[in-house]
Design a protein around this ligand. Structure first.
Ligand code: ADP
Ligand code: ASP
Ligand code: MG
Length: 403
């Protein structure tokens, strides 16, 4: 079998853990598998580098940030390769560039455009263990780019797709995908299987156990994806096609996203095309807009509220402020003390009353709902951040996910 194994920050968090990863990889190789490894930076390393840059600038140039941040993954890739060589294996460490990962030009959140897997394939053919530095690629100009926070998951899935690997294993610090973040609700249960669509919703709605774009890519390329822990041999969670799951539960999980900010626009000129102008500008700047609500005001204007990830707030502010300056919007305001809680499950498609139960759970806990959005398989609510945990635990109980 050809297996891609990705090890996250905690799994390579110190030198002893890197040795533990080397031992695991070595075991897989001894079983006769070809292994391509993708590694994250040591835990805390990327944040430390961000802090270094912020020491000098509030808004450091993104090209420089990519040069800087990509270094964390190179450290672990090199060290793991050295550890494997020391154990008698043939191993080779590769940067994103050497691994053939070509991205678009959007520094700090680049998208993978194509992968030329020939260097990896050649090394595997020569019997080598390939160790790729995750989270990074190179754009058409040859500059280093990074794939957004948590992006090593995407590197792993994309590489698994390009190599047509039999399996892509994501090793992390929890033993799989749980009904909610086990750090918030200790009663959370590990799922044996979850569909791509549900996992994509959970990840997009804040469950950082997998980066959302990695799940999207896994679905698109039909990659067999397993999430498991690097600290024991416990079985993990299979992320697979919906038809491979016999009994879809009504609700699979609860997600929490604390990294959301709400932007309110007051007195927006009520003319055709205004929403298109604002949101197209935001989209071109790669600002990830989520919930949008519009209310008609009494005069010739409307009010629009929407949410964006906190990381996109400064870009969003600059754009929105320019509409205020040219008089198309009267005023704007921002609130970062919000969070988004979501209930996800494919079973919702065929059941009624799922949303009503979510709303009454908020009511029972005296939590005010600021915004609501729903799709076929999810209900999301924006609430004050201080109620985040209360809401997650309340919903987990209400849908009996601990049973
Ligand atoms: P890594 O460094 O290995 O990439 P992350 O910290 O990015 O790991 O992701 C793992 C974390 O995701 C867990 O420690 C857990 O707190 C969090 N998490 C959030 N939601 C879930 C969930 N539904 N199931 C499992 N873990 C979750
Ligand atoms: N090191 C990067 C981050 O912390 C990428 C990753 O770990 O997946 O976001
Ligand atoms: Mg991660």
């Amino acid at each position: 079998m050809l297996i891609v194994q990705k090890f996250g920050g905690t799994s390579v968090g110190d030198l002893e853990r890197i040795q533990n990863v080397a031992n695991r990889v070595s075991e897989s190789v001894k079983k006769g598998n070809d292994v391509v490894v993708v590694v994250s930076a040591m835990s805390g390393e990327t944040n430390k580098l961000v802090g270094y840059a912020e020491h000098f600038s509030k808004d450091p140039a993104r090209a420089e940030m990519d040069m800087l941040l990509s270094s964390g993954e190179r450290v672990t890739a090199s060290l793991l390769s050295i550890a494997l060589q020391e154990m008698g294996h043939q191993a080779t460490a590769m940067s994103g560039r050497k691994a053939g990962i070509v991205t678009d030009k959007h520094h700090t959140k680049a998208r993978i455009e194509e992968i030329d897997p020939s260097a990896m394939q050649e090394a595997v053919k020569e019997g080598k263990i390939v160790v790729v530095a995750g989270f990074q690629g190179v754009n058409a100009e040859g500059d280093i780019t990074t794939l957004g926070r948590g992006g090593s998951d995407l590197s792993a899935v994309a590489i698994a797709g390009a190599l047509k690997a039999d399996l892509c294993e994501i090793y992390t610090d929890v033993s799989g995908i749980y009904t909610t973040d086990p750090r918030i609700e200790p009663k959370a249960k590990k799922l044996d299987k979850i569909s791509y669509d549900e996992m994509l919703e959970l990840a997009s709605l804040g469950a950082k156990v997998l980066q959302n774009r990695s799940v999207e890519m896994a679905k698109k390329l039909n990659v067999n994806l397993v999430t498991r822990t690097s600290f024991s041999n416990e079985e993990g969670t299979l992320i697979t096609k919906e038809e491979n799951i016999m009994e879809a539960p009504l609700v699979s999980g609860i997600a929490l996203d604390r990294n959301q900010a709400r932007i309110s626009l007051f007195g927006v000129k009520d003319r055709p095309g205004i929403a298109s102008d604002i949101f197209n500008r935001l989209a071109s700047a790669e600002v990830n807009v989520d919930m949008i609500i519009q209310n008609k005001a009494v005069d010739e204007t409307t009010n629009i509220d929407f949410t964006v990830p906190v990381g996109d707030l400064s870009d969003a502010k600059a754009i929105v402020d320019s509409f205020v300056q040219n008089g198309e919007i009267n005023a704007d305001s921002y609130n970062e003390d919000i969070c988004k809680v979501s209930v996800v499950g494919v079973g919702m498609r065929s059941h009624t009353g799922v949303a009503a139960k979510a709303f009454s759970t908020m009511a029972d806990n005296n939590i005010n709902i600021n915004m609501i959005s729903t799709s076929e398989i999810k209900i999301s609510m924006v609430i004050d951040e201080k109620y985040a945990e209360l809401a997650v635990r309340g919903l987990h109980d209400a849908y009996e996910l601990d049973k």
